[in-house]
Design a protein around this ligand. Structure first.
Ligand code: GDP
Ligand code: IMO
Ligand code: MG
Length: 425
């Protein structure tokens, strides 16, 4: 059985959770490899909505092994809240494992995320304030606390006390913030560690064993290509590698173990947080897309910025991720908008035209999107289940996306439910 990566091609919230959940019906293992509870993945099954942040979207299938890899940063409190939410809905977490190498988000990371955003003032990034950046900073500074430490109270106490003292100094003396009561935090986190100990296992080994046994493995991306720390719109990005290449590093598997890479895109574009957005619609059409598409953050509830489909961005994703296919979600949201626009390239201030997404913010400055107008549709497509049932305008839209992005559209989303999908290959 093949192993597949599912990643985001735009700025996140493309409906990765839904696609993973659909494909997970045939998967025996689902693995998260980066990010943390800054992610918000929605799965809708039979009218019931599940919002997952850290737990892989395969969890709704009782026999699927759900793994949290070494590259994830884990907030224990948030993880346990999510676990309780699932237990209340009678969903078993028996098949859940966390790599001992995964770094722990501590309260000082969350406080410092907020303080540094405040300090940046108008130049803030618009982070989710979940402590993600500061936790990855400590990981690369080599002073982080890992899952293994959390479940060994003596090791944890020593490390947390040493780091916590330094963090309190920074909070108080650099930012003028309120110090954290370390004794209380350490006791609280030791209690979390006790609850988490049963989940700790080597995810690299578990994934490799599953692969050797011929099992079907899905790698679940969080965030997305333009939020990648290197290939995104730096500095308006997250602090991990949401690209397909990041999956191998964050899980501990080799690139030859990957058979298929699916990039999830919306039929338009959204972004939550600050940073450039060439096709942004600051008008009534943008507002309509936001309301009809329910474009409000799954994690923070913030309204998402909306805009036309940008083929420059998705073509960039096809290249940097090596995509085999696109899952084009939310085509239903474009119904009744009149004529639709697709961005095919950018016009630079000196009138040259570029087709590749610029590597820097400076390169994006003054870029104007070049639009192609295509016919819209007014049909309700939410009950279409085959490509042939779609109106001609939808088929033409999909074909144009494929041509411009140089990648086949393998799946089309026509609604939030698990069943509302057209699978083409
Ligand atoms: P993720 O972070 O990529 O998993 O995406 P989110 O869950 O944050 O946001 C996607 C939103 O769109 C969720 O509310 C989904 O239920 C919803 N959704 C996913 N696919 C479709 C689709 O094809 N049509 C519609 N109307 N909604 C969808
Ligand atoms: P999913 O997996 C959309 C954005 C934040 C901010 C930037 C940095 O649901 O697609 P961070 O808290 O990571 O330091 O914030 O990244 N961001 C997301 N936007 N979807 C996400 O995840 C995101 N995770 C982070 O809004 O702009
Ligand atoms: Mg999301």
């Amino acid at each position: 059985m093949p192993s597949s990566i599912v990643i985001g091609t735009q700025w996140g919230d493309e409906g990765k959770g839904k696609i993973i959940d659909i494909l997970a019906s045939q998967a025996e293992v689902v693995v998260r490899s980066q990010g943390g509870n800054n992610a918000g993945h929605t799965v809708v099954n039979n009218g019931e909505t599940y919002k997952l942040h850290l737990i892989p979207s395969g969890i709704l299938y009782p026999d699927t092994l759900c793994l949290i890899g070494a590259g994830v940063v884990l907030d224990p409190k948030s993880f346990l809240e999510e676990l309780n939410m699932l237990r209340e809905k009678n969903i078993s977490a028996e098949n859940l494992r966390i790599d001992p190498r995964a770094h722990i988000v501590m309260p000082w990371h969350i406080v410092l995320d907020g303080l540094s955003e405040e300090f940046r003032g108008n130049s803030d990034i618009g982070t989710t304030k979940r402590g993600i950046g500061p936790t990855y900073m400590d990981k690369y500074e080599r002073c982080g606390i890992r899952m293994y430490d959390l479940v060994h109270p003596e090791i944890f106490r020593e490390k947390a006390l040493a780091t916590g003292k330094l963090k309190n100094k920074i909070i108080k003396e650099v930012y003028g913030g309120k110090e954290i009561d370390l004794d209380t935090v350490i006791d609280e986190y030791i209690a979390y560690g006790k609850q988490l100990a049963e989940f700790v296992d080597d995810v690299s080994v578990l994934t490799y064993d599953a692969y050797k046994a011929g099992k079907n493995i899905m790698f679940e991306g969080a965030q997305a290509t333009l939020l990648d720390i290197d290939f995104g719109t730096y500095p308006y990005v997250t602090s991990s590698h949401p690209l397909s290449g990041g999956v191998c590093i964050g899980t501990g598997v080799g690139p030859k173990m990957i058979d298929r890479i699916i990039g999830v895109a919306k039929a338009y574009t959204t972004r939550v947080g600050k940073g450039p957005f060439p096709t942004e619609l600051d008008d009534e059409t943008g507002e309509t897309i936001r309301n009809v598409g329910g474009e409000f953050g799954t994690t923070t509830g913030r309204p998402r910025r909306t805009g036309w489909f940008d083929a420059v961005i998705v073509r960039h994703s096809v290249r940097v991720n090596g995509l085999d296919g696109i899952a084009l979600n939310k085509l239903d949201t474009l119904s009744n908008l009149g004529d639709l626009k697709i961005c095919t390239g950018y016009k630079m201030p000196d009138s040259t035209i570029i087709r590749n997404f610029p590597p820097t913010l400076e390169g994006l400055e003054g870029c104007q999107p070049i639009y192609e107008t295509v016919p819209g549709f007014s049909d309700d497509i939410s009950s279409c289940r085959t490509y042939d049932e779609l109106p001609q305008a939808c088929k033409d839209y999909i074909k144009r996306v494929e041509e411009l992005c140089e990648c086949p559209v393998a799946m089309v989303g026509v609604g939030p439910d698990r069943s509302q999908i057209i699978i083409r290959d």
